[in-house]
Ligand binder design. Structure first.
Ligand SMILES: Cc1ncc(COP(=O)(O)O)c(C=O)c1O
Length: 378
């Protein structure tokens, strides 16, 4: 992820759009001396982000990994508990389960959504299962009604990991308030960013009180320097919140620009043999995060990794999909011991890649990238 100045330059896979009031608000925060974790931008960010997600509240935290960690602590997940997670996601989703001493159990994804497959979740539930993390992968919402029905039957909570899906809509409802707690990342490659930053969203006032207390060292809200529980410093700064307030002012504009990039890709890549485009379920309005394609090496004539190398030579940066977490060293043995079988995850991880997606891309850039993909076919 780097700055991008336009035609002729190397095209990065992601780039932030900081062209609004970001600089002005950061200067305001510095001049006001509110640079730590209280200040007017923090309050405004929490109000504006909860409005976007249609939740009772949003709580700013230092990054998206901490948002997941705080969600699990707030829900009381701990040693002996199992938490169902997809394996096709960023490592933070599973690591957060480990941070609280619980065990992530991997379930395959649905080929129609690339998110947790509701038809495979129930068979992974044991007496120790407390909840699941539904990741809205690559901007596409998970099937929350189907997952919610399973959660109700088994008295489980659901954390929605919306790091890659700001503003995605599931059956007419924004993600973030569809499970028990929603989590978000504002890392520099996300739809809106503060460089590093995160948030949790929720509707339950009791969980809100617990989350705010855990975020702020466990202090009693009514009694200074009285710490009834062990808490954490998970706070977001007013400087980061200043950037996020400016990003939220332009949320609709940033999303609209990214949607135009998506539409141009869809049209320009249609009909290239062996190039598949991320499916969209009929009930989903995905967030336009990073445009995803899959490469069928047999039909395209080159593997995904060969295409990545060719695009790189043409000055186009791309990303392969995540390596499934159950195949990574900290998780491999325990996944094997549970006899996990995740064919859809492994297939997608081997074939999938992200093309450059950001609001600075012109139609000509997207045509140039699509053309390079087309010329790569054999
Ligand atoms: C699905 C998912 N969850 C969690 C995270 C972690 O967020 P952060 O990098 O802000 O800690 C990311 C990405 O960064 C992500 O893509």
């Amino acid at each position: 992820m780097t700055g991008f100045r336009g035609a002729g330059e190397r095209i990065p896979v992601a780039a932030p759009d900081l062209s609004g009031n970001e600089e002005r608000y950061v200067v305001d925060a510095i001049r006001s001396s509110w640079i730590s974790s209280t200040g007017p931008f923090l309050d405004r960010f929490e109000r504006d982000f909860s409005a976007l997600c249609a939740t009772r509240t949003a709580i700013g935290v230092a990054n998206g990994t901490i948002a997941l960690h705080l969600a699990l602590l707030t829900l009381g997940a701990g040693p002996g508990d199992q938490v169902i997670v997809p394996s096709l996601t960023y490592i933070a989703t599973a690591n957060a389960v480990k941070y609280v001493g619980a065990e992530p159990v991997f379930v395959d994804v649905d080929p129609a959504t690339w998110c947790l497959d509701p038809s495979r979740v129930e068979e992974a539930i044991t007496k120790r299962t407390r909840g699941m993390i539904a990741v809205h992968l690559y901007g596409h919402p998970a099937d929350m009604d189907a997952l919610g029905a399973i959660a109700s039957r088994h008295d489980m909570w659901i954390v929605e990991d919306g790091a890659e899906a700001h503003g995605a809509v599931y059956r007419g409802r924004r993600i973030g308030g569809l499970g028990t707690i929603g989590t978000f990342s504002f890392y520099g490659n996300k739809i809106i960013t503060s460089g590093e930053g995160g948030a949790i969203t929720l509707n339950d006032p009791m969980l809100e009180r617990r989350a705010r207390q855990l975020r702020g060292q466990g202090v009693d809200p009514g009694r200074r320097y009285w710490f009834p529980v062990i808490g954490y410093n998970f706070r977001l700064t007013n400087i980061a919140a200043a950037i996020l307030c400016a990003q939220l002012e332009r949320f609709d504009d940033i999303v609209a620009r990214r949607r135009t990039v998506f539409e141009t890709y869809r049209a320009a890549l249609a009909g290239i043999p062996g190039i598949g485009i991320q499916p969209v379920a009929p009930w989903a309005e995905p967030a336009p995060w990073l445009f995803c394609v899959t490469v069928d090496a047999h039909r395209y004539g080159r593997t995904r990794d060969e295409l990545i190398a060719r695009l790189d030579e043409s000055g186009i940066e791309t990303r392969p999909f995540f390596i499934p977490i159950h195949l990574l060293p900290p998780y491999l043995h325990e996944s094997q011991a549970r006899h996990e079988h995740l064919p859809v995850t492994e297939e997608l991880a081997a074939r999938g890649m992200n093309l450059p997606t950001h609001s600075n891309l012109t139609e000509a850039d997207v045509e140039r990238i699509s053309d390079a993909v087309r010329r790569g076919a054999r």
